[in-house]
Design a protein around this ligand. Structure first.
Ligand SMILES: Cc1cc2nc3c(=O)[nH]c(=O)nc-3n(C[C@H](O)[C@H](O)[C@H](O)COP(=O)(O)OP(=O)(O)OC[C@H]3O[C@@H](n4cnc5c(N)ncnc54)[C@H](O)[C@@H]3O)c2cc1C
Length: 614
């Protein structure tokens, strides 16, 4: 960020102190001033980002390139553990742990920034993610004072390495069906844990295992803090994986592992709730690290494209290459807008709950829960962005991308896991719709029914001539129309199919994709409007950002059109089908921009800067 932008930020209004409720983006109009944009990171936050990124670049990326191969847990365990120690010395293991227990307790949005910067550590990001997120947050949020005092200082200092054991061979997406059992002994002092966990990150060297197990015939799982030293634990061999080979992934077997009663975490039967809440946190952090991965892919692709010549020309000059770089930058730009808007809303909601007298942990948990839908949408879209970005980065490198020499093929393999863990993308698409429906119908937190009543009038207005296409008129209409499209189609399908709707997963996926576009389109529009309002950039610097917004909207219209048509063709018939198709076409109007030229200009801007700086 330039110093002139920095100085303008200081003069502009700080973001709103009022948290927008979760999911309300669908039915409420948000003001640009109310959203957080990444230009607003303060010096301290930027320092954290730089420190983490420098560490990852120097200790991991450069180390891998100079030795000519990636880290592999089966060959380099000692080196990986040394890296862990170095990261701990910098305080990186304690980012979400309060100072009282030796951590640095970053606010939620800054912890997302931390996750973005850690993407430069490739598989080590997964190692650190398990330590700082799923392996330790259950104790941070649900631990008793004694449990926190006993375990958190060691986790914050890196002396204790943490892991999270939910998945089992027969229980993956259906996590609450796990068979691992916990039985209280006769003396009622210990639970005997028996069972098998699978795909456990950090499992090969963990000292602490957060284990989810069922007590007797309980409906839900319970959670336990299990120390390696309790005995009764054996580890499987390191899994042979497609990617993230530097990260430890093993099976963990529990055979009469005797866990003191006081190591039950949270309430009996409350483990599944813990698992879900921790996964919500993990999802947005994964969105952050995948967005970091997109930026790295752009930087690597640009460096290579500028120096590689074919037909006596740097390949960067070819339109086909500019298209790829431009599109990578556009997707990353929109993702960043949606990501940090949500992270900041979580911060604001936390403050709101704190001011109502709730405890710090309860406030944080409730705030994250509030944005569960947004977290799922972010996880899905950002992990899919990374797949696109690293795939095109590899393509731009041609044969050198396919070779192991530059590490691009490693990035390609590493990226693939992000669509699978923290809830697969299919499960997250379905979750986003299920949670939204619950809030609209059961808890009535989001008045979709009320908003639905206004849809016919709104659509009729689309048939009237529009005053002008000046200013933000068209872009605002696109955002509003995509929201309306989502409400019209999902509402109509819901009315007709009722409870049968859950069996129509293909349509649920279509609706989730439209919902995600509504959120991302609005976020990137609000961001660019805020930049304009606050005059944060001028001339070309502003124009390029506006062009990124325009290309994003153009693409989103196409995604929504395909999803809408797929859904309508799946269930509607007769005049109903005709009407919905007509309305869809009206809402998704022709947005005439020269998308080729815009992408070219964006790519050339990135070339000029030498890296992604948007
Ligand atoms: C490298 C790696 C690290 C991991 N780290 C951990 C860890 O530290 N701790 C931990 O507990 N777990 C971990 N996992 C497990 C991970 O969370 C699971 O792999 C994931 O939840 C999916 O479960 P599964 O593999 O059993 O797939 P399944 O649940 O069998 O799913 C297979 C396919 O079916 C789809 N599917 C499943 N159910 C439905 C449905 N109802 N409707 C439609 N489609 C459905 C899925 O989307 C997927 O495409 C890790 C996994 C890997 C590969």
């Amino acid at each position: 960020m330039t110093s002139s932008v920095d100085s303008k930020i200081k003069k502009t209004n700080s973001p709103s102190r009022i948290a927008q409720p979760g999911c309300s983006f669908l039915i409420q109009e948000e003001k640009p001033q109310n959203i957080f944009i990444s230009e607003e990171w303060n010096e301290e936050q930027k320092m954290i980002y730089d420190m983490v990124q420098d560490f990852c670049k120097k200790e991991i990326m450069e180390a891998m390139l100079s030795r000519g191969r990636e880290f592999e847990i089966t060959k380099d365990k000692e080196e990986i553990l040394q890296l862990f120690d170095k990261a701990s010395e910098l305080g990186l293991c304690g980012v979400s742990i309060s100072e009282e227990y030796g951590g640095i307790n970053l606010d939620f949005n800054t912890s997302c920034l931390f996750a973005e910067a850690s993407a430069y550590g490739f598989s080590f990001a997964t190692t650190m993610g398990a330590q700082t997120s799923i392996g330790s947050l259950p104790i941070v949020y649900y631990g008793t004072k004694d449990q926190k005092e006993k375990y958190l200082p060691g986790i914050a200092s890196g002396e204790l390495k943490a892991s999270y054991c939910l998945t089992e061979p027969r229980s993956g997406s259906d996590a609450n069906s796990g068979k691992t059992s916990a039985t209280l002994n006769e003396a009622e002092t210990h639970y005997a844990i028996n069972g098998q966990k699978m795909w456990i990150t950090n499992g090969g060297f963990a000292d602490i295992f957060i284990v989810f197990a069922r007590i007797d015939d309980d409906k839900n799982l319970s959670a336990f803090i299990v120390e390696k030293g309790f005995g009764g634990i054996t580890l499987g061999a390191e899994e042979k994986k497609l990617g993230i080979k530097g990260s430890s992934t093993v099976q963990v077997f529990f055979e009469n592992c005797m866990v003191p009663k006081e190591n039950l975490l949270g309430d009996r039967n409350g483990g599944f709730k813990i698992a879900l809440n921790i996964l919500n946190t993990g999802r947005i952090k994964l969105a952050a690290s995948t967005t970091g991965g997109c930026k790295l892919s752009i930087d690597q692709a640009v460096t290579y494209a500028k120096q590689r010549e074919q037909f006596d020309t740097p390949i960067a000059n070819f339109g086909a290459i500019k298209h790829k770089i431009g599109q990578m930058a556009v997707l990353t730009y929109a993702a960043e807008a949606a990501l940090y808007r949500t992270g900041h809303n979580i911060n604001l909601k936390t403050e709101e709950f704190l001011s109502q007298g709730k405890s710090e942990n309860e406030s944080k948990l409730k705030a994250i829960r509030e944005y569960a839908v947004e977290c799922s949408l972010l996880k899905v879209k950002c992990s899919e962005n990374l797949d696109y970005a690293i795939d095109e980065c590899l393509q731009i490198h041609g044969g050198m991308g396919y070779s192991a020499e530059l590490g691009i093929e490693m990035g390609y393999r590493d990226a693939r896991i992000t669509r699978i863990y923290e809830g697969t993308n299919e499960i997250n698409r379905m979750l986003s719709l299920a949670e939204l429906t619950k809030r609209a119908i059961k808890t009535k937190e989001v008045d979709l029914v009320g908003a639905g009543k206004k849809i016919p009038t709104y659509i009729l207005k689309q048939y009237l001539p529009f005053k002008s296409n000046s200013g933000w008129n068209q872009e605002e209409r696109i955002v509003k129309n995509i929201k309306t499209l989502f409400m019209m189609l999902s509402g109509k399908a819901g009315q007709e199919l009722k409870e049968k709707m859950v069996d129509e997963q293909e349509m649920v996926m279509n609706f989730a994709d439209i919902l995600a576009e509504a959120y991302f389109c609005e976020s990137v529009l609000l961001k660019v409007q805020k930049l304009e309002k606050n005059k944060l950039y001028s001339g070309k610097d502003f124009d390029i950002r506006k062009k990124a917004l325009q290309v994003y909207l153009y693409e989103a219209i196409d995604i929504c059109r395909k999803s809408a048509n797929d859904a309508i063709n799946s269930w509607a018939t007769g005049s109903n089908k005709k009407m919905m198709k007509r309305f869809t076409n009206k809402l998704l109007f022709n947005y005439d921009i020269n998308v080729k030229n815009l992408r070219r200009e964006i790519a050339e801007y990135v070339y000029e800067k030498g890296e992604y700086t948007l």
